[in-house]
Design a protein around this ligand. Sequence first.
Ligand code: PHE
Length: 358
Amino acid sequence: MSELETLEKDLIKAIKNTNDLGALEEIRVGAIGKKGSISALMSGLGKMEPEQRKTFGQAVNKVKQAVTENLETRKAELERAALNKRLETEREDVTLPMRENPVNQGRIHPISQVWEEITEIFADLGFKMAEGPHIETDENNFTKLNIPAEHPARQEHDTFYFAEKQDGSRRVLRTHTSPVQIRTMESEKPPLRIIAPGRVFRSDSDQTHTPMFHQIEGLVIDQETHMGHLKWVLEEFCKTFFEVDEVIMRFRASHFPFTEPSAEVDIGYSKVGEEVRFGGDENWMEILGCGMVHPNVLRNVGLDPEIYQGFAFGIGIDRLATLKYGMPDLRSFFASDLRWLKHYGFNVLNVPTIQGGL
Ligand code: PHE
């Protein structure tokens, strides 16, 4: 076998045995690259006799052609194999269910949901939002609301006090949202129609009390506002909130230093096992305190009670959530238990609106 034939045979054998595109490329460069073995033979042709050059040249050309063809075939084979392998490992099962969108996993806390629902309802009735700080002055939380020092009502509030300042004044964690009444009346002129949702704090804890809870304060001040308006507003609110045509509520005469007359409102409910069900008159849950703003309070903020009057109310947001959504224990609201939140929480996109439904 001639040297040329051996070269051809070896090259083709090597090409067929390669399983790797990189190695194949090396073989190609080694054979027909600029400095490859076949190219070397070609460049040697110049030194030959014309006759020999012709026959040897033809033979080398044949070998080059055969090697080139083999290289191309093998390259195509290897590329196809590589593609098939990729297709095999990167296969997608399009019948698999879609992965859950994170938006659907997150939950809105029932308190946030109910907070939104309540503000939406009052906004629709023409109430404006107002706000006040959690840390209040003793003045705003008590004194200006007609609860002077040594008044027994101060004890009932289980107040968290801050250390007394040098001037003798002391701050408190607000025990109700009523100080926002004072802030509003001091900074704006009547007619006023505001609601103020927020956190409040009392040192108290059992199944129906937590040391931090939520209230929404309402205040209307005008020249001819009376108790009938108050009752209508609260009835409208309850009907919309509980999404019923008729609501069973009980106005009970009560006492608050900052309103006169005063009432507390209870909503009827029944219990099914541990769950609280809205409606009926089996049990009553107190959800709010209300009344006509006391003349002393009006005087304290510089309003003339001979001209202005109005009503105020303070609704327990947590209690309302309990009644509407059946959660039995207030304390679990703030336990940060994800299982609880998954069960009682709301979808992020389920934004309450009067038109779309609460
Ligand atoms: N601030 C009262 C409470 O926390 C509720 C209330 C508000 C009562 C406004 C009358 C008027 O219990």
